[in-house]
Design a protein around this ligand. Structure first.
Ligand code: HEC
Length: 277
């Protein structure tokens, strides 16, 4: 029995080793038990019960051997399939998906294609940038393309990441400035969000610093332009930089590359007229 168990286990042990699973070799009962759980039940039980004929027994062992090898192969291919379904598919899948879901035509000239695709994936599948950086819910989607109406989603290319969504007076009703999302599209320099370099963009996302200094901290009574302490006027409000700051440099670089590839839109707070050309 123990020898049979060992024979039955051997191929699996080899397979297990290849998959770096722990294998048991010490206890025959455990081995037999493990095998019953592991495997192809019926054939093996039949082998065990036909102890009155050596010929059948031998044949049975060989059959079991083959069955175990086959089962091991099935098991390991299942393992591979599970790997495909559940584990990290790698960056290529994200890049492909990024290109599939980009709602605007992309200018890839002089850009790193892979970064653009990954950036699109991060912006359009993970970060919801356009939810805040369009002009607002009323115009985020094209006519008849609002998923919240049960329609098939069509993003409005005329507001895509162009900024201008008004979040109202901050931090609440009163003589406080409105927080308005910024235009992230590239301007005539070809660089995103108002011509910022990657270094500046990275600093903004990592620290939340508002390089445009749109709403300083109040030093006296609120005047409709400053925001009151403890809010820090040098920092972007509402914008989820405390989340995005955890991204890798590579991901931030990808977002930046993608934002360089989308079409320019006019408008947005603080932007000059004719920013596109
Ligand atoms: C919850 C809403 C929201 C989301 C989501 C959001 N933003 Fe913002 N973002 C804002 C607001 C509002 C501002 C302006 C904040 C202020 O004026 O204090 C802003 C400002 C910015 C700025 C500063 C622009 C400048 O000119 O200095 C950048 C860059 C930026 N966002 C990039 C992004 C990117 C990239 C994403 C997606 C990865 C994103 N934002 C997602 C709300 C949002």
């Amino acid at each position: 029995m123990c020898a049979v168990a060992l024979l039955r286990v051997l191929p699996r042990t080899i397979l297990s080793f290849a998959r770096q699973e722990p294998s048991q070799t010490s206890d025959c009962i455990l081995l037999a038990q493990e095998n019953r759980n592991y495997n192809p039940g019926k054939k093996i039980e039949r082998n065990v019960s036909m102890t009155n004929s050596n010929f059948i027994k031998t044949t049975g062992v060989i059959t079991a051997f083959v069955a175990i090898i086959a089962a091991g192969m099935v098991n390991s291919s299942r393992h591979v399939r599970a790997h495909d379904d559940d584990d990290d598919e790698g960056e290529e899948a994200k890049i492909d998906r990024g290109f599939q879901i980009a709602p605007v035509p992309l200018d890839l000239l002089g850009k790193n294609r892979k970064l653009v695709g990954l950036g699109s994936y991060i912006v359009n599948a993970q970060s919801g940038c356009n939810g805040c950086h369009s002009t607002g819910p009323a115009n985020e989607y094209a006519a008849n393309g609002n998923p919240y109406f049960g329609q098939e989603q069509v993003v409005n290319v005329n507001t895509y990441l162009g900024g201008g969504r008004d979040f109202g007076p901050f931090p609440g009703p009163g003589p406080f400035p409105h927080i308005i999302s910024r235009n992230l599209t590239p301007d005539k320099t070809g660089r995103p969000e108002g011509g910022n370099t990657f270094a500046t963009f990275k600093a903004i996302i990592r620290t939340g610093i508002d390089t445009d200094n749109v709403h300083p901290t109040c030093t006296g009574a609120p005047d409709g332009k400053c925001i009151p302490p403890p809010f820090h006027g040098d920092l972007l409000q509402i914008m989820p930089w405390p989340v995005y700051q955890n991204m890798t440099d590579h991901d931030l670089r990808a977002i930046y590359e993608y934002l360089s590839a989308i079409p320019c839109l006019e408008g947005g707070p603080g932007e000059p007229a004719n920013r596109c050309n």
